[in-house]
Design a protein around this ligand. Structure first.
Ligand code: CTP
Length: 422
């Protein structure tokens, strides 16, 4: 959710400024582009060099220090922000913001930005409870500033009470929820079809050919698309997980069943995610009765199943197609070959020999490719998180990864996702 997002991190002169360093590190690791703005008092608590090293961006203190003569830096930063967070926020910055003062870089940028602002106060309990501070906070709340409330505990000044800055993990969660919420309506009105699980190819009434797919990844994708407002149909083969609420479930058994179920719905679908592990071959005949043991060997003739994704790739008009590839070698080469052969927009590849990746696990290690190559390589994350990231990659404004400058265009400008971007 944070990848490519520009976060302004304001740090003011509280003892808890050291926690802001931990926060900078966590946000940067999550893929955010963090720009730290410090007050002079904050710089007496923690050196700007720490924030610069953690964010890999220049730290700003002085309104008049313009590193790029072509841009007015406080306005440029204010405009580029997806979100601003001030942590720790002293009583002083709250007062300045409440009264619209702009006498240093941070307060000026806060006045200039139209991005949502979060504030995590930290101060002595009496300063926090002072009517002036409370009134300033109410003024800011009324203007839409959101507060990440301080905790109660032993404060740096020796008092026990309310005023401890929220922990960095809590602030990360608030920001994640912020971006998630922003994405929640992105697929509103779109019809998404997800296939999941393994197909079952019958040899006889008691035996079949199948694979290790659990369906977890496809189910997580269905849930992620549902959470972004899509109307989701889940076509599921053999699975080992419970169905996400709020999606239409179509159970299928064989690859041929899945083929029918997908093709009959394709015309009215906007996005197809083919996460199912489809058997490439099926027994030419399914014996009506149990096959008896006769000779020392038994030969079963298999015939090719239709390649559902490939056929979708041939038939597609406006639909956006995402394929999957579970590989054991030459990941990128195989992924790009499948993507082109099957004419899909994105291909999600995972090396199932890597620990924590692939069939049956609750985690996955995926790389997302488009026609031009690698779009995104995710670390080992839960299948839920991988699914959310994949669906977000389909929807969000594309910032960053291919060029250092911000792009206000969305994925459709690369030739894909024309139907999904709103
Ligand atoms: N797929 C499909 N129909 C098939 C086989 C595969 O729709 N009969 C889809 C899968 O759902 C997946 C993608 O194609 O999204 C790649 O599947 P995979 O089994 O990795 O590729 P294959 O084309 O079967 O190639 P191979 O097995 O040789 O790696």
């Amino acid at each position: 959710m944070m990848k490519g997002k520009t976060i302004l991190l304001g740090v003011t002169g509280g003892i808890a400024a050291y926690k802001a360093a931990a926060l900078t590190s966590k946000l940067s690791q999550a893929g955010a582009n963090v720009h730290v703005l410090m007050t002079e008092s904050a710089a007496k608590m923690v050196g700007p060099a720490t924030f610069q090293a953690l964010s890999r961006n220049a730290v700003r203190l002085d309104t008049f220090e313009d590193s790029h003569p072509g841009a007015v830096s406080h306005i440029d930063l204010a405009d580029r922000a997806d979100v601003a967070v001030i942590t720790p926020a002293t009583a002083n910055i709250l007062a300045k913001m409440a009264h619209g003062l702009a006498d240093d870089m941070l307060s000026t940028v806060m006045l200039a930005t139209t991005a949502p602002i979060y504030v995590a106060p930290a101060m002595n309990v009496h300063m926090y409870e002072n009517a002036a501070t409370q009134q300033n906070m109410q003024t800011l709340r009324d203007r839409g500033v959101q507060f990440i409330e301080p905790g109660v505990g032993l404060l740096a000044c020796g008092y026990v009470g309310k005023g401890r800055m929220a922990e960095p993990e809590e602030i990360v969660d608030v920001l994640k929820a912020h971006f998630q919420e922003k994405m929640s309506g992105h697929l509103a009105g779109k019809r998404v079809l997800v296939t999941a699980g393994g197909t079952v190819e019958r040899l006889d009434p008691v035996r079949y050919l199948t694979n290790d797919s659990s369906g977890k990844m496809g189910f997580a994708i269905a849930a992620a698309a549902r959470d972004m407002g899509a109307k989701v149909t889940l076509i599921a083969g053999k699975t080992a997980v419970s169905i996400p609420d709020g999606v239409e479930l179509v159970n299928v058994v064989s690859a041929l069943d899945m083929y029918e179920a997908v093709m009959s719905r394709f015309a009215e679908t906007d996005l197809v995610v083919k996460a199912a592990a489809v058997a490439d071959y099926r027994p030419e005949e399914t014996a009506p009765g149990k096959i008896k043991k006769t000779g020392d060997t038994l030969t079963v003739k298999l015939v090719k199943n239709p390649d559902i994704l490939q056929e979708l790739g041939q038939r597609r008009s406006t639909q956006f197609l995402i394929g999957f590839a579970a590989e054991t070698e030459r990941l990128e080469e195989n992924a790009l070959d499948k993507l082109r052969r099957k004419n899909c927009d994105l291909l999600v590849a995972n090396d199932v020999t890597r620990e924590g990746a692939g069939f049956g696990t609750d985690t996955n290690l995926i790389s997302i490719f488009d026609r031009n190559g690698l779009v995104e390589e995710l670390p080992l994350v839960s299948k839920k998180e991988a699914a959310e990231r994949l669906i977000a990659a389909c929807c969000e404004t594309h910032v960053g990864s291919r060029s250092s400058s911000r792009r206000s265009d969305c994925f459709c400008s690369y030739g894909y996702l024309s139907v999904l971007c709103r």
